[in-house]
Design a protein around this ligand. Sequence first.
Ligand code: SF4
Length: 413
Amino acid sequence: MEIGMTGRNVSRNRIPTIVFNRSFAGRNHAFHGHSPCLTKERQKLLPPIPLIEHLYIHIPFCPNICPYCAFYKESAGRERVETFLDALLRETEVWSQQLRPRTIFFGGGTPSALSVPQFEKLLGGLRSRLDLSLLEEWTIEMNPATVAADKASLLREAGINRVSMGVQSWDDDVLKSLGRTHDADKAEESFRILRRAGFENLSIDLIFGVPGQSLASWRSSLERSLSFAPEHLSAYGLTYEEDTEFFRKLGRGEMAPDEGLEADQFELTAELLGNAGYLQYEVSNYALPGRESLHNSAYWAGRDYLGLGPSAFSTVGPRRWRNIRETGVYSETTLAGKTAVDFEEPVDESLKARERAAFGMRTLRGLSLNDSQPWIAELRNLERDGLVLLSNGSWMLTPRGRLLADTVAETFI
Ligand code: SF4
């Protein structure tokens, strides 16, 4: 669910390729999270490890595989899931002393594909291992096809207070071409189930730029979403990711993006949601005032975050790393008491500043004049092209700049 012309989905535990790949060396060696062998004297000499406030948990299972999706996922077998949960809780335990989460995000895959007993095990296990006294936002991504009343109540009672529901479209033909297993009626029922379970912070995810999706179909998806008054909406343009069926179809000439129509759909989104009182606080994300995602905002502000589970990224202090992708290998390795990391790289201050600038420009926060000094000539050029403007001491995207957000981001990388 990523966006091409208008930016990328970084709403979960994913760093956009434009930012990440350049510096990711692809080495394959272990990261040692901490050393239990250090003496007390030696520990005193080391700088304290800061507490990590943002936790991402990757649940890699999907009931079916969508043809456009490149996220790491597998189909769920009962035993495989049980072993994965044991491994995840073991990994949580290793990090528990360094975690004091203000936000938790369950992403995937399809986290909601877990059964009620599996959720009981996971949520109980996390609660007993983590200090959640500072927790403000706990989000789970849910696929409408996997929402049921007992599951929704369990999640709400366990403290999850935000759901991001992957509706994608309210047009059944578009849903079919995206390979989704739910239809619009099921999405509506699921939304109502979540409200009845007590969720007061719901987000609807939509996709535009789908071949065959007219402007009228997109308008009606936006209008139907608004009729449910969600607190938050994400609207991503379809991208053609390598190793997906859509990418292969594109290569064979069986699919063709219509950039003009995509641009119209993007602009219509900003217009309709803006008129309805939603703030476009990031290029692809809209919220009612005060309902911006805290977890995603932390990524965009360049805060440290820890990712647990297969393929999850973490950035803590001067390091970034990624866990093993294959769930079986991740589980086996973690349960054997070894590190699950398969790549790591140093993240120096210059890279952090560039990432903060690239992400910041995508948000309403913008980039302060002070922080923008290394790129001032480039920003003046972008200003001449009508892509950015200086407002109240910060550089911001213009409406045209939002449409070409990836181009602007390249300035900083
Ligand atoms: S359900 Fe979500 S994560 Fe799973 S294949 Fe489909 S789009 Fe990808």
